[in-house]
Design a protein around this ligand. Structure first.
Ligand code: HEM
Ligand code: HEM
Length: 142
């Protein structure tokens, strides 16, 4: 279960990064060309983010790098702190930003404004996500 979930989470991370980049680029092209807001394209990023949230939450409860590792010593060790504290918090915030951006844009009638809103929330969300990926131990990169 743990191995399978870790693999799924590692792989979905790539899917999510690609999905967000695609959502951002196509929305940027639509904004620049004064084209309508494409909700389906933003949805690709949103669904990938929510799927990753589910696998991340499960990992947090079954992995030794999750809540079981929470202690005073965790804060003193940069690798433990990254997995147990910084990674989950930053990712959660990033996913919340993406969800808020998607929800807000859904209700905006003006295409330009809807495109801009998704762009701002998705780009900040992506930066936050990129900032706390455990690159040094990510199985796909190593
Ligand atoms: C811990 C699990 C999850 C939480 C807390 C969560 C939370 C949310 C929230 C707060 C929204 C925003 C609703 C809105 O204002 O529009 C949302 C929308 C959505 N979620 Fe999730 N979600 C979770 C898992 C999933 C999963 C597993 C999927 C599918 C693979 C999914 C697919 C969607 C979709 C498609 C929408 C957008 C619906 C629309 O078009 O408005 N979510 N979710
Ligand atoms: C934007 C979403 C996320 C991305 C892109 C992401 C990415 C990653 C990556 C690349 C790894 C390293 C896996 C490996 O060593 O091969 C990882 C591990 C981990 N993630 Fe996430 N993650 C996300 C969200 C979350 C969330 C929301 C949580 C918890 C609430 C979470 C909890 C964990 C835990 C506990 C591990 C360590 C698993 C282990 O090695 O035992 N992640 N994540």
């Amino acid at each position: 279960m743990l191995t399978g979930m870790t693999h799924l989470h590692s792989t979905l991370a790539i899917v999510l990064l690609l999905a967000l980049v695609i959502s951002i680029i196509i929305t940027l092209v639509n904004l620049a060309g004064n084209k309508p807001y494409n909700r389906k394209i933003a949805l690709i990023g949103l669904i990938s983010a929510h799927l990753q949230l589910v696998t991340g939450l499960i990992l947090y409860f079954i992995s030794a790098r999750g809540f079981q590792n929470l202690s005073g010593d965790t804060m003193g060790d940069s690798v433990s702190r990254l997995y147990t504290v910084e990674h989950p918090i930053a990712m959660l915030l990033g996913i919340i930003l993406i969800t808020v951006g998607y929800s807000k844009s859904k209700k905006i009638a003006d295409a330009k404004q809807a495109n801009k809103t998704v762009l701002i929330y998705y780009i900040i969300g992506l930066i936050l996500i990129l900032s706390r990926i455990p690159y040094a131990t990510w199985s796909i990169l190593n």
